[in-house]
Write a protein that binds this ligand. Sequence first.
Ligand SMILES: NC(=O)c1ccc[n+]([C@@H]2O[C@H](COP(=O)([O-])OP(=O)(O)OC[C@H]3O[C@@H](n4cnc5c(N)ncnc54)[C@H](O)[C@@H]3O)[C@@H](O)[C@H]2O)c1
Ligand SMILES: [Zn+2]
Length: 362
Amino acid sequence: MRVETLTVGLGDRSYTIRGGSGILGGIGAVCRELGLGRLAAVVTNTTVGPLYYGPVAESLAEAGFSPFRVEIPDGEEFKNSATLNAIYDLLIAGGLTRDSFIVALGGGVVGDMAGFAAATYLRGIPFVQVPTTLLAQVDSSVGGKTGINHPRGKNLIGAFYQPQAVIIDVETLSTLPEREYLAGMSEVVKYGVVLDRELFGEVERSVAPLLARDRSVLTRIIMGCCAIKASVVEKDEREAGLRAVLNYGHTLGHAVETLAGYGTFLHGEAVAIGMVQAAKLAEHRGEATAADTERLRALLASLKLPVELPVFAAQEYREVLLRDKKARDAGLSFILNKGIGDFSIVRLQDLSEVLAVCGIGG
Ligand SMILES: NC(=O)c1ccc[n+]([C@@H]2O[C@H](COP(=O)([O-])OP(=O)(O)OC[C@H]3O[C@@H](n4cnc5c(N)ncnc54)[C@H](O)[C@@H]3O)[C@@H](O)[C@H]2O)c1
Ligand SMILES: [Zn+2]
């Protein structure tokens, strides 16, 4: 069992990310090393719990902890205050005190909610992220953004709150549905396009093993993504600037998600479409070449991700893109790739250029 490690350096909020295959059983030892308290609330959901609570609880118990299970329903629609309250109820019923801790075992929904519960319960108790989706392993479990949705918008309620450790067992990806897995690949590609040419090339060369979920290739690539995210977060923990680069492809991606109706496209699928449009804009502005755009499109397509912008009227795109007041007043800030592996940020005062470049007419 080879474990790769890297550190997210945030002063007294620093922590280690551990990645490998079959390392779930090592969680107890990691928590003991961290000196965490005896009681551990393992927050998971009704899909992930039956698969992975057992080995996690066993490892914790072997290391001298007393784990108990907090299970929430599965789905983004449950990422709300009602579920959060249900979590608090179970933490209180379980007798969780300030020297106890939470383990977030699941995808981004569980991680965001369990993290926010940890940030707020008794004004904050330690938590450990055990992400089990590709998206959570390369993105949501690292960086300390936690929260829940509000009826008026996604992730409107939350806190920056860093975990004590992140434990990434790529073996858990073996049970992930194909579509979820591939959607996570979209975020992997994103890191490459705007921040790391080497990683982009490595993903290009690894399409076959990635499609086969080869564990050693996955470990290397996932840890590469985590290293990139860590360095971005180290420079801009609270998203005052640089961290926005991670929203590459997300502006149009979110518009596509909204217009098509939530659930039609998975987040990563919409981001794949958004990235290709951002690349076209970069090409139009002379920041990238047609060959760069084609490289990106071809890679996403080989990972079976959608790349074509769905057809909606220009007016509909305008409305969703300019929905927030800041965008209407100050213009839309847009991340472009500079070739492959670098980025620039532009502010678009009006949307005609992007709509024309993306072929959105009418
Ligand atoms: N905090 C951040 O920085 C950040 C970043 C990006 C996204 N997010 C959030 O992450 C969420 C999306 O996360 P997600 O894509 O992981 O979705 P998810 O948590 O809903 O997981 C997707 C599906 O896979 C299932 N699943 C999880 N692990 C599994 C496994 N190993 N085997 C089988 N099934 C498994 C889940 O139960 C769920 O049905 C969104 O709420 C988004 O806002 C947060
Ligand atoms: Zn995303």
